[in-house]
Design a protein around this ligand. Structure first.
Ligand SMILES: [Zn+2]
Length: 424
């Protein structure tokens, strides 16, 4: 874990938020490579969930909504964590974090006293307006409600018919008491969610639930996460969120233990019912649809992709990221930076890949070739193309594979095809 955290800072994936002012607990900034990785994950999700399906459309709702939404959805009442306070130093902790409580006890030489457990609302309040008293509103605690309140708008403005889904990616905020484990639990985070609407039917909705459960697991495996490190975990009825009829998490075996990063929820008619929204079939049948939700954390997925991709041996550190999500797809080098004809040829190839083939490419002409390979391995660039003296004679380049470190020579005019085939 420490190695990945330090790589993230050193190579510009993830920085502590407001770092020059000592940071700010629970907030993180994505650097030049982190923003690429995170965007690639989101783009791939959108492509697979929206573009490749005829029954799902997208949406981007506002972060701040009429507070009545949160009242109706039950979040103002039920979106809470049980909390205890240390009577000695007044620090607050989640009542269920037994390990953390024990550790805190030892900070006071075992002489610890806790307050009664109180519920603590996780919604982040904001004050709006120019006249006093200002109006209290909330930063959304989940992006989901934006989909539900637009249910009718989407049905009326598109040709969707039940069963159909609405996909959304966006930021959400939780006033977490104990943010921690790097970006795993933070106060500002991004979600990628599908709300899939079905007829109210026990057997049918269970089938849809199982379908999406498997689909979402397959998606992470298809992007290279080690199957052995993933599992489903079913929520016991008493631990389910206030809206869920069924809930299963996809968990990753992180250095800090099995941890949830996507939830599949059967929300029944809870939400549309609370917002008093119904669906009318063409024949006139009217009902409150049920909802199957897949709710993934973008930051958590990004962290787990990084942790899973990290490999180290005596010789090198390699991020074995799937080419689909790697920040750079290819790096192009001239063998020597002081030979103009090599530099020119390499620049031509680099610009061609970048501007005409539209593959995100890196350029490097510093240091020796071994160092450049090492630097690209560490940020997960799947292929490195080197222009050498032989290139000037027969128009071939070497292409080096990140994972095997093996090189082959290919014709320059076969390069586009080589890369495109592997990026598909
Ligand atoms: Zn204390």
């Amino acid at each position: 874990m420490e190695k990945v955290v330090s790589l993230c800072k050193r190579r510009g994936f993830i920085f502590q938020g407001s770092e020059i002012y000592g940071g700010y607990a629970g907030f993180w900034d994505y650097g030049p490579l982190g923003v690429e990785l995170k965007n690639n994950i989101k783009k791939q999700w959108w492509k697979d969930m929206v573009y490749k399906r005829d029954d799902i459309v997208g949406l981007d709702a506002a972060i701040i909504m009429n507070p009545k939404v949160w009242e109706a959805s039950g979040h103002l009442k039920a979106f809470t964590d049980p909390l205890v306070e240390c009577k000695i130093c007044h620090k607050r902790f989640k009542a269920e974090d037994e390990e953390v409580l024990k550790a805190h006890g030892s900070e006071h030489d075992g002489k610890i006293a806790w307050t009664e457990t109180k519920t603590f609302n996780l919604m982040t309040e904001v004050m709006l307006g120019v006249v006093e008293p200002k109006e209290k509103a909330y930063l959304r605690g989940e992006i989901t409600q934006g989909v539900f309140v637009n249910f009718r708008n989407v049905v009326d403005s598109t040709r969707v018919k039940i069963p159909f889904g609405i996909a959304q990616i966006g930021k959400a905020f939780r006033n977490e008491i104990t943010p921690g484990n790097f970006t795993f639990r933070s106060r500002e985070f991004e979600q990628m969610e599908l709300e899939y609407f079905v007829e109210p039917d026990e057997a049918g909705s269970k089938k849809t639930f199982d379908f999406w459960k498997e689909e979402r697991m397959k998606w992470y495996v298809s992007l290279g996460i080690n199957k052995e490190k993933l599992r489903f975990r079913e929520h016991e009825p008493e631990k389910r969120a206030h809206y869920a009829r069924l809930a299963e998490d996809i968990e990753y075996n992180a250095p800090f233990g099995w941890s949830e990063f996507e939830g599949i929820h059967h929300r029944g008619d809870y939400d549309l019912g609370k917002h008093k929204l119904t669906y009318k079939e063409e024949g006139g049948k009217e009902y409150t649809p049920w909802v199957i939700e897949t709710s993934g954390g973008v930051d958590r997925a990004t962290l787990f992709f990084l942790l899973d991709a990290y490999h180290e041996d005596e010789k090198r550190v390699v991020l074995k990221l799937s080419p689909k999500i790697a920040p750079f797809k290819v790096a192009v080098f001239p063998l020597l930076s002081n030979k103009d004809e090599l530099v020119k040829k390499a620049k031509d190839i680099y610009k061609h890949l970048r501007d005409e083939v539209e593959i995100v490419a890196a350029w490097d002409d510093r240091g020796n070739i071994g160092k450049r390979y090492f630097a690209q391995d560490e940020i997960g660039t799947p292929w490195c193309v080197t222009v050498d003296f032989q290139t000037l004679e027969d128009d071939t380049v070497t292409i080096r594979d990140r994972d095997t470190a093996k090189q082959e020579r290919i014709k320059v005019d076969k390069l586009d095809e080589y890369l495109q085939n592997r990026l598909r």
